[in-house]
Design a protein around this ligand. Structure first.
Ligand SMILES: [Zn+2]
Length: 433
């Protein structure tokens, strides 16, 4: 709908990537009046299909995270079997180890890890600035007063390991302390070598601790970096014409400020991106509003990916505000601590009460774990610190989230989304006060 600001220099290659909107939540759902008001009068959720050189993604879709080109403890075949449509890996980690050149020689991320479906890589910006700089607050995103003092804050006991300037970021490897540098051009080259179907423009991650003045300066830096990424991406696409087309998504920052988010969307929305990522500081309370501000401004005909969310209620909030895909590390991360999801909430299967419970993790779950193993067996594996514990719990948790989002997609299409959401969340959080 919104024409790119400039004609694409690589239209033929680019035709391998596309996005088609199918159903719009606002048109299919029976929306009670109160909810319309609560949400500022609009629901931007939609269903659609993303087309990539490695297959299609029916959206909304959950994209499981395989940080280092592996979903921890789970075979790619199992991810396929449990219904995962695409996987997301981290450019920062793969750049440091084994090196982007290795993945390039292997034929790209998917070929390297034996995953034949669509793949995503993030730009590395998040890891460079969170792992690299050591400001742990980036990860927990806790609410605090923004202040000028926050601009130079480093988590207690951590050395500042990343330095941002207008051209890029210099950082120390979290593995061995070696000094590296990322610029928009280096991030693009690394991500072209990694070879994922969807890549993200290099952006600066800010935190809720940064002052308003810093947020403004950072957003301008991210805007200029976005332009450089678009130009370098076009150049690399032509240089590497023998490789499948890789789509480039611009990343929207702007923290919790509505005007900054909307400005970023208009600026990047006018650039020649294939889609958009919504990134940065997102608190639970304003997640829905931020996603909505962005999606009201972004071009309607481009897919939008929400970077890194975790809780079921956050996922529904994101979907109904127009996020098409999102990635989430939680299903495997919590699985390794014995936490498993069920429609009635999360529990820890290593709890003593499951020692002789020979029922599946969830009766009614169709995953490989639930159709072959019992709670008592998982309990034993966790107690004995056997590695199979992580595998079986991760398979179940990944399937749980895939199935939840599949259900949301179907409900958006058939006009029952709000009933589905309310029933799902009502049951999942019933045990909480
Ligand atoms: Zn299961």
């Amino acid at each position: 709908m919104t024409a790119p600001a400039e004609a694409s220099p690589f239209p033929a290659a680019r035709a391998a990537f596309g996005f088609e909107v199918e159903h719009r939540l606002e048109e299919t759902a029976r929306i009670p009046g109160a909810r319309v008001e609560a949400n500022g009068g609009r629901f931007l959720g939609r269903t659609g299909t993303v087309t990539t050189p490695h297959g299609t993604i029916r959206t909304p879709a959950f994209v499981p995270v395989g940080t280092k080109a592996t979903v921890k403890a789970v075979l790619p075949e199992s991810m396929r079997e449990l219904g995962a449509q695409a996987l997301l890996a981290n450019a920062y980690h793969l750049y440091l180890q084994p090196g982007a050149d290795v993945l390039d020689a292997a034929g790209g991320l998917g070929a390297f890890m034996n995953w034949d479906g669509p793949t995503f890589t993030d730009s590395g910006g998040f890891q460079v600035m969170s792992l690299g700089s050591g400001f742990k607050k980036v990860i927990d995103m806790s609410t605090v007063e923004a202040s000028a003092a926050g601009d130079d804050d480093v988590a207690a006991g951590r050395e500042r390991m990343a330095h941002v300037d207008d051209d890029g970021v210099t950082f120390k490897s979290h593995i061995n302390g070696d000094v590296h540098r990322f610029t928009p051009e280096i991030s693009m080259r690394v991500q072209h070598q990694l070879g994922a179907d969807v890549m993200f423009a290099f952006d600066e991650l800010t935190t809720l601790h940064n002052s308003r003045g810093y947020q403004e300066a950072s957003l301008e830096r991210t805007r200029r970096w976005a332009q450089r990424c678009v130009a370098e991406h076009a150049r690399l696409t032509e240089e590497r014409a023998h490789r499948p087309y890789q789509a480039l998504f611009g990343v929207i920052q702007g923290a919790q400020y509505e005007d900054l988010r909307r400005t970023a969307c208009r600026d990047l929305g006018a650039m020649d991106f294939d889609g958009y990522g919504i990134g940065g500081a997102l608190e639970k309370e304003n997640l829905g509003a931020i996603v909505r501000w962005c999606n009201e401004e972004l071009p309607e005909d481009r897919p939008r990916h929400l970077l890194g969310i975790s809780e079921p209620d956050d996922i529904f909030t994101a979907l109904e505000n127009g996020a098409d895909t999102f990635d989430c590390v939680s299903p495997t991360r919590v699985a390794r601590t014995s936490a498993v999801y069920t429609p009635d909430g999360r529990f820890n299967v290593n709890n003593a009460r499951f020692r002789t419970d020979f029922s599946p993790v969830h009766d009614g779950c169709d995953c490989y774990t639930c159709t072959h193993y019992t709670r008592a067996y998982l309990h034993h594996l966790f107690k004995a610190k056997e590695r199979l514990s992580a595998t079986l719990a991760s398979i179940h948790n990944e399937r749980f989230v895939v199935r939840m989002v599949d259900g949301a997609r179907e409900a958006m299409a058939d006009g029952t989304y709000f009933e589905y959401r309310d029933e799902f969340l009502g049951r999942y959080y019933a045990g909480r006060s």
